[in-house]
Write a protein that binds this ligand. Structure first.
Ligand SMILES: *Cc1c(COP(=O)(O)O)cnc(C)c1O
Length: 391
């Protein structure tokens, strides 16, 4: 009798891009086990707890037996209505909650699934580089391939749509864009979105705009929704998340809004794969979407103090950085003589400060590191003091 079977990973898993954070993860574990007082600026996860009124609503919702059964896959109508109301208030964009809103188990879930609805083998998904690693992986899992559009400093970290080659355009079916941007913290002007709509119409490409950071902004400069652009709803959808706005990363709730046929396609995949979000979480989500601006301003104020401390601190060290207008990230070039990985390793070794190497977000992230402002101002100042001694 044979002892076992030959367990082999599928090609799509073997084809995954290498996980570039593995060596950093090891170094972090090493430092922690050696007792280093690590200042971890690598985590894209808010350290601030979920707002109290949301947690309170959850506690009540959990007790309701009606919430203990299967939810509907597309989301409770009251949640989708709350999303539509929020879009109207925040962006003055009208949405049909039944056809143009879909709830998601975190926006990552929808981003990961959407190529399954629209991508055939050989099709191309245009993805930003550097960018959220899920975009190219989702393309691969659907049997397609990602084509990287570099986000370069010289172009304000916007993709140059005119630079995508004709043969790629002929196979491109879907494009991910993401502003305010992770990891570069760049925002997009209205002209860029207008170009994206025109580009999508000309080449028949579905636009998926990831707006996870639309509410984390500074100096009262409110980022736009892609759907505010005339024609946008004809060509695409927007992904949104409660994770970053309301400090709810652990709850897993987000949504997609926009073109009804694209929403229906994504919904079709979801009906076949998942059974929606726990209704108690959707009730808490409604509460979240109704949060008054005062509480959100307080959160933005907290991040703004951190941003100012980190920006001015790092600038004084001579690092080549721009003042972030949004997101809780700061994107920095590495000093001469370093690459992304060696600079991260150097800061960790000499100062106990951990950042994320930019090349982990795609080839065009080489030469950069990302700092996340998910620790207190006190710790950020301490990080700057330590770096001052070694840079
Ligand atoms: C955090 C993040 C998301 C996903 O967040 P969810 O918790 O899955 O809603 C999506 N896109 C970007 C760019 C992010 O940084």
């Amino acid at each position: 009798m044979k002892k076992g079977i030959n367990i082999e990973l599928a090609k799509r898993v073997k084809d995954l891009p290498p996980y570039l954070f593995a060596s950093i993860d090891r170094m972090k574990q090493d430092a922690v086990s050696k007792g280093v007082d690590l200042i971890d600026l690598s985590v894209g996860d808010p350290d601030i707890p979920t707002l109290e009124h949301i947690v309170r609503r959850m506690k009540i919702a959990v007790d309701n037996p009606r919430n203990h059964r299967y939810p509907s896959y597309e989301g409770m109508l009251p949640f989708r209505q709350a999303v539509a109301d929020w879009y109207k208030r925040r962006f003055d964009v009208g949405l049909d909650p039944e056809k143009e809103v879909l709830s998601l188990i975190g926006s990552k879930e929808g981003i990961g699934h959407i190529p399954l609805a629209f991508i055939n083998p050989g099709d191309v998904v245009l993805v930003p580089s550097p960018g959220y690693p899920v975009y190219p992986v989702a393309a691969i899992f659907a049997g397609g391939e990602g084509y990287s559009m570099p986000l370069l400093k010289g172009n304000r970290f916007l993709p140059d749509l005119k630079a995508v080659p004709q043969d790629v355009l002929q196979r491109a079916r879907l494009m991910f864009i993401n502003y305010p941007n992770n990891p570069t913290s760049a925002t997009a002007p209205v002209e860029f979105y207008e170009d994206a709509v025109e580009f999508a119409l000309r080449y028949n490409i579905i636009v998926c705009h990831d707006a996870a950071y639309s509410e984390i902004y500074y100096d009262n400069k409110q980022p736009l929704s892609f759907l505010q652009i005339p024609g946008a709803k004809e060509v695409g959808i927007e992904f949104h998340s409660l994770s970053k706005t309301y400090n709810m990363t652990g709850w897993r709730i987000g949504f997609a809004v926009g073109n009804a046929r694209v929403i229906a396609g994504l919904g079709k995949i979801k009906t076949n794969l998942d059974s929606g979000i726990f209704q108690a979480i959707q009730e808490a989500g409604i509460e979240a979407l109704e949060t008054g601006d005062r509480l959100l301003s307080e959160i933005r104020h907290t991040y703004q103090e951190r941003r100012d401390a980190l920006y001015h601190g790092l600038k004084a060290l001579g690092l080549d950085i721009e003042l972030p207008e949004a997101t809780f990230y700061l994107w920095s070039s590495v000093p001469k003589g370093f690459d992304s990985s060696s600079f991260v390793a150097y800061m960790l070794d000499k100062a106990g400060v951990l950042a994320t190497p930019g090349n982990g977000f795609g080839a065009a992230g080489e030469g950069y590191v990302r700092f996340a402002m998910t620790v207190s101002v006190k710790r950020i100042k301490e990080a700057v003091e330590r770096l001052k001694k070694v840079i």
